[in-house]
Structure formats: structure tokens, C-alpha cells
Design a protein around this ligand. Structure first.
Ligand code: MBD
Ligand code: FE
Length: 282
């Protein structure tokens, strides 16, 4: 974990890279499949170089930038912003899901967050409460609508400044992270904060990349979720807010219309929304 005074691209990037590296990943890809993928990958690159008559200066800038992305630890960030949504789409279609739609995990998930009861308040600091509260409730069910009593709803999101605990300095380890254990009918009621739009750090190579093509670095305000139950396919998803800034133009291309919430004030004037999760069988 990186310890630094101020949040920087370097700091959050390296924290995300360290987190990812802590688990060595593998895939059972065959030699034949690897060969076919590499051939198409290199063919696509060759086609781009030829189509745009890429110069030696541009090639050297690319080489420098690739080195910088690694040194800033920003591969998890860049890949999850610009590529993960395509992987998620293929995953969703190949598996034939019919339950709740998924979305990208992003670089800031941490497993094993503290368990919370079905009716709970997310761990937060006094200062986080400048953001308006949000009551987020619902039920986890199977495809037939039966409540799943053993389900868990893992929730993580940024604070009012757009920082995620464990990826920016000075935030309690599990701030705005928790694993909610639903009640005997699969219900949960979580009090948290309304997140703000998220800006990709602009002081690192992912930010430079966005600037170089005249793009914007924003994601709409979002909640990250992982919903699991024994014998069911786990889903990783995100929820957004109707009418929110950048909902129509997410830099990470991760918004789906089925994932947009429309909270309304309850009797106490607190924004409240119900969203039910439907899990496919394994
Ligand atoms: C995020 O918070 C996020 O969700 C993604 C996908 C990329 C960068 C930051
Ligand atoms: Fe996020």
C-alpha cells in the first residue's frame, strides 16, 4: 500500500496495482486460442499504423507513455476505464444472464469488507456527511422472485471528494465499504451517502491520454455492488442516478439504462430508492 500525504494519480494508481498484484491470476487459454488472439491483435495494430501512417515520433511517444502508465501504476485504471466494458459485455452475453444487468468492477474493489446487518449504515466519517444521505433498499431474489436469505450485497463507493478508501491517503480502511447480509426474506436497507461524479486523476498518464484526444475525465456518480448467494451466479454491477451529470457520457462507457436509480424523498425528506437484484442460477 502506498502512503502519501496528498491523493495523486501516482498514489492511487500504485495502490490499485499493488492490490491487483497481491493475487497472481491465471487463465486456461489454449495455445491455439492464444495464437488466434495475438494474430488478430497484431493485425489490428498493423492496420492502424498503416491506416493512419503512424510516424516514428508518434511511436516513440507511445513507447514512453506505455512505460509511464506502468510506472504510475495506472494499468488497472486505464484498462478498467477503456477496455473492461467490452469484456463485461462479452461475459454477459456468453453466459446468457437473464437477471440483473452487470457492469464493470473498476480498479477499486476490495474483497472481505466488514459484515453489516441487513438494516445498516455504511461506515463513514463525520466529514463525509456533507453529502446528502441516501437510503438504498431492496430484495435479492432468484429468477422466480423467491427471496434469497443467504445473499450478501457488497457495496463500495467514493466519498464526497471522489476518493475511495484504501486508494487515497488518510481515509479509514473500510470507509464506505461493507458486506451487507440480507434478512431471512432477502431484504436489505442501507443508509449511505449520495456519491458525487468521479473524475479520473488528471495528473497521471491516463489523464494525459484523455487530454491528448480532447476528452473529458468524468464518470457519473455511482455505487459499486457485488451481489452473491450460494448456488447463484454472482453479479458485479454499478448503479447510477437519473438526470445526474455524465450519465449520458461516462468516460468508462459503463452505464446501462436498467442501472439508473431515481431516488425520491421519503416521509422524513431523505432520498430513498428501492432496487431489487435478481440472480441467475449457477
Ligand atoms: C472508478 O471509480 C471507476 O468506477 C472506474 C471504472 C474507473 C476509475 C474509477
Ligand atoms: Fe468507481
Amino acid at each position: 500500500m502506498t502512503t502519501m500525504e496528498n491523493p495523486t494519480a501516482h498514489g492511487s494508481g500504485n495502490a490499485a496495482t499493488d492490490k491487483f498484484k497481491s493475487e497472481r491470476v491465471t487463465s486456461d487459454t489454449s495455445v491455439e486460442r492464444a495464437s488466434a488472439i495475438y494474430k488478430d491483435l497484431l493485425g489490428a495494430l498493423a492496420g492502424i499504423v498503416d491506416k493512419h501512417q503512424v510516424t516514428y515520433d508518434e511511436y516513440r511517444v507511445l513507447k514512453q507513455w506505455l512505460i509511464d502508465v506502468g510506472e504510475y501504476g495506472e494499468w488497472p485504471l486505464w484498462l478498467d476505464v477503456f477496455l473492461e466494458h467490452e469484456i463485461e459485455k462479452v461475459h454477459y452475453n456468453r453466459k446468457g444472464f437473464t437477471g440483473t444487468k452487470g457492469s464493470i468492477e473498476g480498479p477499486y474493489y476490495v474483497p472481505n469488507s466488514p459484515k453489516l446487518p441487513s438494516k445498516c449504515t455504511m461506515p463513514m466519517r463525520e466529514k463525509d456527511k456533507v453529502a446528502p444521505p441516501l437510503i438504498f433498499k431492496g430484495q435479492v431474489t432468484d429468477l422466480e422472485g423467491n427471496g434469497l436469505s443467504d445473499a450478501t450485497v457488497e457495496l463500495w463507493h467514493a466519498d464526497e471528494e471522489g476518493y475511495y478508501s484504501q486508494f487515497a491517503p488518510g481515509i479509514p480502511e473500510w470507509n464506505l465499504r461493507g458486506t451487507v447480509e440480507v434478512d431471512e426474506n432477502g431484504n436489505f436497507e442501507i443508509t449511505t451517502l449520495q456519491p458525487a461524479p468521479y473524475q479520473i486523476p488528471s495528473d497521471g498518464p491516463t489523464g494525459w491520454f484523455i487530454k491528448s484526444y480532447g476528452g473529458h475525465p468524468w464518470r457519473p456518480a455511482h455505487l459499486h455492488l457485488m451481489v452473491k448467494a450460494p448456488g447463484k451466479r454472482a453479479i458485479t454491477t454499478q448503479l447510477y442516478f437519473k438526470g445526474g451529470e455524465w450519465v449520458e457520457d461516462d468516460v468508462a462507457t459503463a452505464v446501462k439504462p436498467e442501472l439508473i436509480l431515481d431516488p425520491q424523498p421519503n416521509a422524513d425528506g431523505i432520498a430513498e430508492v428501492t432496487y431489487n437484484f435478481v440472480l441467475d442460477p449457477e
